[in-house]
Design a protein around this ligand. Structure first.
Ligand code: NAP
Length: 621
């Protein structure tokens, strides 16, 4: 039975068959290699007593100020729309537009969508439909397939549903290709494919007060009605390009890292890559292994911490095979780690439950004041960044290149990166760092990039210029009560949500891992679990109470927004640089990411026990 849409005779529900075939078998790759040279897998000694004094603070300030206003990005529109083409799948499976009803419509088939389906179906919610822009599941891991791609949260805590699928990742930091396969495994095992409309982009989501339903329009001509809409479409989904004069003139091949075209043979080519964020740091060492010449155009260096990749051991496999729930227990231990670097290094003894804590705790004679605590954190961040900078000097031979590769901002202010092969790559004779600090690449012509009066002719130009942070267009196309759009609400009042999951005036709309949607962990998967569990609870609670509509009251929403703002302001010195996390230095405090850690749980638990923030209503139709 190959019909794209058919009716299940038992349930009367529609069953979909819209997964697209793979476009190419050339897609291969691997993530971090195991590096055995200890000098590359350890940071130099921590400089004792180094403090973030006035002189060092001034250096950080100057580094930041020089870059103020340099970030200039653009959406892939008009002639640049071609950069958005799905290079991974065959064209969409043809199907008729849908104009029917479903109970729950979820946008996105990444980790969020896959986990939601497993949890919702277990809880008895089966009339669930997913709309996904890509041709298969995976989300981030569908789109990002550049060579070298891997996760930076240890895979045993990061990959969802390991207990339920019986899968054990092959490496401590799994490659993106292994993660994509795991997404497909989850989809197969739990029957996700039957529920998903692939190659379907939601274009408008409008609340209909009279029927108490959302009307969801897509680029496939669908006009569906859903009781509930869940946005699980991710926060770094929409790729962006740097806006550079003359970029439309380039005659060579160009693409963005999130649409890596493996049909383009890079062997023997002169390749340029713009950007040195987390993506470029992983791709550059792999690119250097195949191209003839590699030019890396850097505006701001990333902090390159150690990765220390390893394979999963036989002992781990044996232990976990006899320990039901091992992954859940490990993820819960991981969630208790409250420091960014401890989280990313992921101490095995602690995570395996062999020791009680992930670090030795200092005992202070009295409780530190908030100012003292902040100073201690800034000093610790400074010392760690000194180690990161010392590592550059220890590895990179050319002093000018080494100087350019040293970052001057607090650790974690830009996304920390990890690699044991990245810095040595700059010692290779065919790899060149072009330091475009502080303003970045500003000119492109027919042949390549021009910087400081020097032309760099290129066969291939790769944009490693990132994604719109929380800027997915889905957020821009939602119209709630009284015809007010979400965009209008957030532009006039600032981002305003309750728990990041609800936003007043948009009943029955839930946002997974959106603005203000903390879950209190460095592991994104943990946040997705927390949100999925919350949504199952919410839908079950409504079912038990015979309610069909949920909105939130103004006062708890205002209080939560104020809390997001306060925790952002209180911790801001730890993130004092220009980064997409803070809207390149322009976002209102508390409007994007959440910095309250576990405090999110307090708000959630209170709300779940009192139900006081919610306004529950009956079916109006
Ligand atoms: P990104 O962090 O936003 O990096 C964009 C890069 O482009 C920055 O280095 C930026 O420099 C540079 N740039 C922009 N315009 C430029 C210009 N005109 N000239 C020169 N350079 C320019 O994007 P990304 O690396 O794709 O990473 C995005 C996010 O995806 C990560 O932060 C992470 O959350 C996720 N990711 C995760 C993993 C993982 O888990 N391992 C891997 C890859 C990506 P400035 O810094 O000066 O702005």
């Amino acid at each position: 039975m190959n019909a794209a849409v058919r009716i299940d005779p038992e349930t009367g529900l529609k069953v979909f068959n819209t997964r697209a075939a793979k476009a190419s078998e050339k897609i291969t790759g691997k993530g971090y290699s195991v590096v055995t040279d200890q000098r590359l897998t350890e940071l130099p000694e921590m400089p004792a007593g180094a403090t973030f004094n006035a002189e060092e603070q001034a250096k950080y300030r100057a580094f930041k100020e020089a870059r103020a206003g340099a970030a200039n990005y653009m959406a892939m529109e008009g002639e640049f729309k071609k950069y958005l083409d799905d290079v991974y799948s065959e064209p969409p499976v043809p199907r008729e537009p849908l104009t029917d009803d479903c109970e729950i419509l979820v946008v996105g088939a990444g980790f969020g969508g896959l986990l939601l389906w497993q949890k919702l179906s277990q809880a008895g919610f089966t009339d669930v439909r997913f709309c996904e822009k890509g041709g298969d599941v995976g989300g981030t891991w569908y789109w990002n397939r550049y060579p070298g791609i891997a996760c930076d949260v240890e895979s045993y805590s990061y990959l969802p549903l390991l207990d339920e699928t019986g899968y054990i990742p092959s490496m401590k930091f799994a490659s993106g290709f292994e993660i994509l396969e795991h997404c497909q495994r989850m989809a197969q095992k739990f029957g996700f494919y039957d529920h998903c409309l692939f190659h379907t982009t939601v274009e408008a989501t409008t609340w209909d007060e009279a029927s108490g339903r959302w009307i969801v329009k897509t680029d496939r001509g669908d006009k569906m009605r859903a009781r509930f809409v869940i946005l699980a479409n991710g926060i770094l989904t929409t790729p962006k390009l740097a806006r550079i004069a003359g970029m439309e003139k380039f005659k060579g091949t160009a693409f963005h890292t999130s649409r890596w075209d493996y049909n383009i043979d890079l062997r023997g080519k002169t390749v340029g890559i713009i950007g040195t964020g987390a993506t470029a740091v992983q791709a550059i060492p792999e690119l250097a292994k195949i191209v003839r010449q590699l030019y890396v155009f850097q505006r701001t260096p990333s902090s390159i911490d150690v990765r220390d990749q390893r394979a999963t051991t036989d002992e781990e496999r044996r232990t976990w095979a006899n320990e039901p729930g091992w992954a859940r227990a490990r993820r819960e231990r991981f969630a208790k780690i409250s420091e960014v670097r401890a989280a990313v290094l992921a101490n095995d003894d602690y995570l395996a439950g062999k020791v009680q804590d992930f670090k030795e705790r200092k005992k202070y004679e009295r409780e530190l004041t908030p100012e003292e605590r902040m100073q201690k954190q800034l000093d610790a961040s400074f010392r760690l960044m000194e180690q990161i900078r010392a590592r550059v000097d220890a590895i990179v031979k050319d002093p000018k290149t080494a100087a350019a590769l040293k970052p001057y901002y607090p650790y974690g202010c830009k996304r920390p990166t990890f690699h044991d092969e990245y810095l040595p790559t700059f010692n290779l004779p065919h790899v060149y760092l072009v330091d475009t600090a502080p303003r970045g690449v500003a000119e492109i012509n027919e042949r390549g990039i021009v910087h400081d009066g020097v032309e760099y002719p290129l066969d291939v130009l790769i944009y490693a210029t990132g994604f719109q942070w929380m800027g997915t267009s889905t957020f821009q196309q939602i119209t709630g009560r009284d015809g007010r759009t979400l965009k209008e609400k957030w532009e006039s009042e600032g981002a305003r949500t309750f728990l990041g999951l609800h936003t007043r005036g948009f009943p029955n709309l839930f946002i997974v891992t959106g603005p203000q949607g903390g879950g209190g962990s460095f592991n994104f998967t943990d946040v997705i679990y927390a949100h999925a569990d919350y949504l199952v609870w919410m839908l079950q609670t409504m079912r038990e109470r015979g309610a069909c509509i949920v909105d939130v009251r103004k006062e708890p929403e205002d209080k939560y927004a104020e809390h997001c703002r306060d925790v952002d302001i209180a911790t801001a010195p730890l993130r004092d640089c220009i980064s997409y996390y803070n809207g390149e230095g322009k976002a209102a405090p508390g409007s994007l990411a959440y910095y309250g850690g576990r405090q999110w749980d307090k708000f959630r638990v209170e709300a779940q026990s009192s139900l006081e923030p919610y306004v529950l209503g009956a079916d109006p139709s």
